[in-house]
Design a protein around this ligand. Structure first.
Ligand code: F0G
Length: 448
């Protein structure tokens, strides 16, 4: 059988009522019941070995699509013609061992797939390349998103590359400078609204009904399709041997939905023989999905006013919760919640492995510790953490943590003393060789 794709069969379907619309409404909601849409690929078959070797052969290609870690896997995506493809050579992110964190959690092997190594330094680029290209193909002049910072940075970059205008709605004061500076530099019209992320979403949903603006939040099913490729690339990096567990942060829940969708599709296409368990971790102050699963068995979700210093996941009403629930159940994964202090500690621990990530990504390690304590993750099992954003996205958080003032004036102030061994504050000295040598020797004594 030829590995060439049979994507002409890609079709949109409502996740609740099963309606299959020929085209999408501006808000990407089902016109019959209002729920989310997803792509399905009826009748799709491949020769798994031929497909794997085709993907591998593209690693040496000079073609722009083959050089992208998203478009390289285009056989598993809906069709978009090459002339509309906007790519920054996203994906192609490294899979690292985390030896210190493995020891800390009592595991033989712990890996991190670092999605912060994408062109705009977060996982959003994998979905954005695909969805922005879809906007381009449909002839939109304007694209827009509500964001906690990373989606907006990514969208602004891809819009600029595709000669489209972009409109960003972000909560005032609650996104990191690094992310804000990106959308400014990439030329977006950046509106800081006096509300939170969920408030920005409400305004945006109204806006797209009134203006010819293409919505690039993760309710857009093209975003989810692009983000699937992180899991495909991960499995390729593992020689198609599935890990026992994959652990992701949960905010608006698009990423977990995408990774889970990819796992299920890969199993169906016989690219992998078994499913990893996909577990989702939320911050305690932004935990609507955790509560939905634990308190209501996933029967409903109660929106909340979210608050966490991991601002990327400061989301109280996650759009993709039903999709995430489905993949959680299908893979047998778990949900966990972690405190602000646990997030900060985990971030410094990942940093000490020479990797680093932004606070929202560190919930994965903090969650893993809890899943180990509960016995859900066992010592001999293999685990992959999905690190979603780069350390330099939020240097304020990092500096405050190491200086010891991250938790000043918060309920964690007293408990945060336990994080001192992880803090590495800068040492301010006179410009004097003797002082530097003394500092070196003091550090040597401390470490020996
Ligand atoms: N990690 C980072 C670094 C993020 O930026 C986000 C979401 C998540 C995790 C959660 O992913 O929403 O798919 O569950 N950031 C959004 C944004 C929503 O606007 O940048 P999710």
């Amino acid at each position: 059988m030829s590995p060439t794709h049979t994507n002409a069969t890609a079709r949109l379907r409502c996740i609740s009522c099963g309606a299959t619309p020929g085209s999408t409404a501006q808000d990407f909601r089902c016109t019959s019941c209002g729920d989310l849409l997803e792509f399905v690929f009826p009748g799709r078959t491949f020769d798994p070995a031929a497909l794997k070797s085709l993907w591998l052969s593209r690693r040496t290609s000079l073609n722009k699509l083959d050089q992208s870690g998203v478009w390289r896997f285009r056989e598993l995506l809906p069709p978009i013609s090459e002339e509309h493809a906007i790519t920054l050579r996203e994906g192609n992110t490294p899979l690292y061992q985390l030896p210190r964190c493995a020891r800390l959690t009592g595991l033989d092997h712990l890996h991190a797939k670092h999605q912060g190594m994408n062109p705009t330094a977060s996982f959003k680029d994998t979905g954005m390349t695909f969805a922005a290209s879809s906007a381009h193909q449909q002839g939109f002049r304007w694209v827009a998103c509500a964001s906690t910072g990373n989606t907006s940075a990514s969208m602004a970059a891809y819009a600029a590359r595709g000669n489209m205008h972009s409109l960003v709605l972000i909560p005032e004061g609650k996104i990191s400078w690094g992310k804000l500076s990106q959308s400014l530099d990439y030329g977006a019209l950046t509106c800081q609204l006096r509300t939170d992320f969920d408030g920005c979403v409400l305004i945006l949903n109204e806006l797209v009904r009134q203006k010819p603006v293409y919505l690039l939040n993760s309710v857009n099913p093209y975003r989810i399709e692009g983000q699937k490729t992180a899991a495909i690339e991960l499995l390729e990096q593992l020689g198609w041997e599935p890990p026992d567990h994959i652990i992701v942060p949960g905010g608006n829940l698009g990423n977990s939905s995408a990774i889970g969708k990819a796992l299920l599709e890969m199993q169906e296409l016989k690219l992998i023989a078994r499913l990893p368990k996909l577990s989702i971790i939320q911050a305690e102050g932004a935990n609507p999905f955790y509560r939905s699963v634990r308190e209501f068995g996933g029967a409903k979700i109660e929106p909340m006013t979210a608050d966490t210093m991991a601002t990327a996941i400061r989301i109280g009403n996650p759009a993709s919760w039903k999709k995430a629930l489905r993949v959680l159940q299908a893979t047998g994964g778990e949900v966990e919640q972690v405190t602000e202090l646990e997030i900060a500690e985990a971030k410094a621990e990942i940093g000490a492995d020479g990797i680093g990530c932004e606070p929202a990504s560190a919930v994965t390690l903090a969650g893993l510790k809890k899943l180990r304590q509960r016995g859900f993750v066992k010592p001999g099992e293999s685990v992959v953490l999905i690190l979603t954003g780069h350390l330099l996205k939020d240097p304020d958080f990092t500096i405050k943590f190491h200086r010891g003032d991250l938790f000043s004036g918060t309920p964690y102030e007293i408990d945060s003393a336990r994080a001192r061994p992880l803090q590495r504050a800068p040492v301010v000295l006179d410009a004097d060789l003797g002082a530097v040598i003394a500092a070196l020797e003091a550090s040597e004594r401390k470490n020996s």
